[in-house]
Structure formats: structure tokens, C-alpha cells
Design a protein around this ligand. Structure first.
Ligand SMILES: [Zn+2]
Length: 108
């Protein structure tokens, strides 16, 4: 087992087949953990934008983030869709993110 997995909790992380806690330690108390997929922890953070985060490891810098990557990074896409389904995103945020890709915008 790779060393990086040592930070993972070993017990009690599954209830009814569903993961109940993230894989990795995360350094933001404001973040809302959405779910994990393929050992990537997905978060919505109301601060800093708001933004969405895909943490891939225990190192502080081991993450990708940004609403603007919601349709280019598959994990951030999942985070975006989860946050949206949970009602965490404002309509203004949804319009901004989806309008960026669905509606051609003039660059200024
Ligand atoms: Zn956060």
C-alpha cells in the first residue's frame, strides 16, 4: 500500500456502502464535503468565490479548484453538479458558470 494512503482513516468510513468521511485531511474549515470519487474528495467552499475543490491527496497543494473548471475537470464537474443538486449554489453563480460555456459571451 502506498505511503500516501497512511493518512486515510482505516475504519468506520463506510455506512451502507457509502463513504461517510473524506479520504484526506483538508485545510479549510468552511468547506462542505460533498462526496468522494476515486479517492478524490470533492468540496464546495462558500469562501473565495465561492468555489469547488477536488482534493487528490494529503499534501496542502494536492487539489484542483475553481468554478471555471467545472466543465473541463471531471472531478470538478462532479463537485459542481453535487453542489448544485444540494442547493448550495446561488442562481447567480449557476448563471455565471453555465453561461460561460453555454452562451457565447463577447470578450471585453
Ligand atoms: Zn474551503
Amino acid at each position: 500500500m502506498p505511503h500516501t494512503k497512511l493518512t486515510k482513516p482505516a475504519m468506520g468510513v463506510f455506512i451502507g456502502g457509502l463513504r461517510t468521511i473524506p479520504h484526506w485531511n483538508h485545510d479549510c474549515d468552511t468547506c462542505v464535503w460533498l462526496q468522494s470519487r476515486d479517492e478524490v474528495d470533492l468540496y464546495y467552499c462558500p469562501d473565495g468565490g465561492p468555489t469547488i475543490i477536488a482534493r487528490t491527496g494529503a499534501a496542502p497543494e494536492a487539489y484542483a479548484s475553481g468554478m471555471t473548471h467545472a466543465f473541463s475537470n471531471p472531478y470538478l464537474a462532479l463537485a459542481y453538479n453535487s453542489a448544485k443538486a444540494l442547493g448550495l449554489l446561488t442562481q447567480a453563480t449557476i448563471n455565471e458558470v453555465e453561461g460561460r460555456w453555454i452562451l457565447p459571451k463577447e470578450s471585453k
